[in-house]
Design a protein around this ligand. Structure first.
Ligand code: TYM
Length: 342
């Protein structure tokens, strides 16, 4: 992976606390977060509650969703002793830096964001202004820590390109070469875009009305097996080579999931399974998914039994996050020409 100038190797990533995590979030992001925690990086992982409220969130449920996400992070293997785990709104530099970036980023850049178009649908005029400038807040999340590496799923690639553009323009506008690093997206592995189990052309998503379309990290073994058994496939056996997956989105998706869960490459999976029927492949995939995913729910319940402890962990994480982000914000204000009272 490329080195990033004078900046330390620091990882930042975020997940929205807007409902249950699913297998796409796990394989595309959180599993990689855990691996990077064990590698040669300083790792910072954030529950992005300010991003979640760009669409309506029931206040009575949001606090629970934040604690559930913290529990899911830890149940997947993130360790508050090794990584900084915290909630975005508890570190005010994110919102403060986002304002500066709203003044750096151009409206034309925001207009190109495909995720805004998807999320606002036909009624963009009625969307919140927050949803529109969401990518500037995301850039602030990352750059408030001078993070260099950002592990995400494929769907976040365009937002990370925008983060680079904002960093470059800021450094230019304020004659501060190299102040904000040009971040390196980490979009790696066999499952950077996990698709719906009901339609291999649609992304697995928490907003899909069909629960059969996704495996939730809170699903038990029976639910996981049932969803894989019912997953849409085509009538052909599995191909022997990767090129045989062209035009077969459901087959490609299941092979990718198997590869990511087993830590093998997709080509290796096909070398093992090529020529065999889905009726044989699906039970093996279900066993693997149950083995990897079902224990997460039990561990999550154990963390959630003590919400006070979760709040303590998030409080401690926010203090560490503030200790890094506040001096960077101070320096940013100074570069922009703002006066600071403290
Ligand atoms: P969010 O909360 O939608 O998703 C969290 C992470 O899961 C990945 N992901 C997927 N990966 C593979 N297949 C899928 N079907 C799938 N669905 C989701 C996402 O790519 C993401 O990595 N904007 C971000 C949150 C964010 C952020 C940040 C990320 C806010 N600030 C700073 C990185 C750095 C989002 O909405 O992710």
């Amino acid at each position: 992976m490329a080195e990033t100038g004078a900046h330390a190797r620091r990882v930042f990533s975020g997940v929205q606390p807007s409902g249950n995590l699913h297998l796409g979030n796990y394989l595309g992001a959180v599993k990689r977060f855990v691996e990077m925690q064990e590698e040669d990086y300083e790792t910072i992982y954030c529950m992005v509650d300010l991003h979640a409220i760009t669409v309506w969130q029931d206040p009575a449920q949001l606090k629970t969703a934040i604690r559930e996400l913290a529990a899911a992070f830890m149940a997947c293997g993130l360790d508050p002793e090794k990584s900084i785990l915290f909630n975005q709104s508890q570190a005010p530099a994110h919102a403060q830096l986002a304002w500066i970036f709203n003044c750096v980023a151009r409206i034309g850049w925001m207009n190109r964001m495909t995720q805004f178009k998807e999320k606002s649908g036909k009624n963009a005029e009625a969307s919140s202004l927050g949803l529109y400038c969401y990518p500037a807040l995301m850039a602030a999340d990352i750059l408030a820590y001078h993070a260099t590496h950002v592990p995400v799923g494929e769907d976040q690639k365009q937002h990370l390109e925008l983060t680079r553009d904002i960093a470059i323009k800021f450094n230019n506008d304020f004659s501060a070469p190299g102040f904000f690093p040009e971040v390196e997206p980490v979009i790696e592995g066999a499952a950077t875009r996990v698709m719906s189990l009901r339609d291999g052309t649609k992304k697995m998503s928490k907003s899909d009305p069909s629960d059969l379309s996704r495996i939730n990290l809170t699903d038990d073994a029976d639910a996981i097996s049932k969803k894989i058994r019912k997953a849409k496939t085509d009538p052909e056996p599995l191909p022997e080579a990767l090129s045989g997956l062209d035009g077969r989105p459901e087959a490609r998706n299941l092979v990718g999931i198997y590869a990511a869960l087993s830590g093998k490459g997709a080509a290796e999976v096909l070398a093992e399974w090529g020529g065999r029927e889905f009726s044989a492949f699906k039970p093996a995939l279900a066993d693997l998914a149950v083995e990897m995913v079902a224990p997460i729910a039990g561990r999550m319940r154990a963390y959630l039994a003590d919400p006070g402890e979760i709040d303590r962990i998030l409080g401690a994480g926010a203090m560490k996050a503030r200790a890094i982000s506040e001096p960077i914000l101070e320096k940013t204000y100074d570069l922009v020409g703002l006066l600071r009272s403290a």
